[in-house]
Design a binder for this molecule. Structure first.
Ligand code: COA
Length: 166
């Protein structure tokens, strides 16, 4: 995948250790998300997430990305190529900066991503939202994702698995 093609509006960069402070600043303002998906973010949890992989995937399948408007980090996305199958892309995490929320930027980023994924032959995008999180559920439904009927439980919350057909 060519991340320079993910967006025409924003510069997309792979996040490195040096970016953790900026990612933390963005994430730590999103209190509602961590209310539903505890524990609250830390710099250590971001460092762990940057390396985290689903079963049978490798770091070369992982795209932990920052979206920049000029030099300002406005969104973070964790995308896994070809998971859980060859023609599906998996969004493990997506968050926008609170200063730009509710202006359509999150939807624009997802639309651009889906267009690119379609172009390169993907057929589905899959993700999970935490059951009961009104912001996440509204956002993903608005962006064409529907619940697959599959859910799974963690110690603290239930994840609703959803998919958008490309
Ligand atoms: C979900 C998120 C990515 C949306 O980003 P955004 O840039 O605000 O996206 P948009 O402006 O395109 O759309 C936001 C939509 O959410 C709705 N929304 C915002 N807060 C809400 C809430 N508390 N309850 C219900 N809907 C809410 C807005 O009304 C808007 O929908 P509308 O256009 O139908 O009115 C952003 O709110 C976020 O980062 N939240 C925390 C992380 C998260 O939940 N990520 C998704 C799960 S991985």
């Amino acid at each position: 995948m060519d991340i320079s093609q993910f967006s025409k509006c924003y510069a997309v960069r792979r996040m490195k250790e040096a970016d953790i402070v900026d990612i933390f600043t963005l994430c730590s303002k999103n209190h509602l998300f961590y209310q539903y998906c505890p524990p609250f973010v830390t710099e250590e949890s971001i460092a762990d997430d940057m390396k985290a992989l689903p079963p049978n995937k490798e770091l070369s399948d992982k795209y932990y990305l920052g979206y920049y408007d000029a030099e300002k980090l406005i969104a973070v996305m964790d995308l896994i190529r070809a998971y859980p199958n060859e023609n599906t892309a998996f969004i493990g995490f997506f968050m926008t900066d609170v200063s730009v929320q509710n202006t359509g930027i999150g939807s624009a980023i997802i639309d651009e991503l889906c267009s690119y994924l379609t172009e390169i032959g993907f057929e589905h995008v899959r993700l999970g939202w935490v059951k009961g999180n009104p912001q996440a559920e509204h956002f993903w439904r608005k962006n064409g994702f529907t619940a697959t009927g599959v859910t799974y439980d963690t110690d603290h919350y239930t994840v609703v698995v959803a998919e958008r057909e490309l």
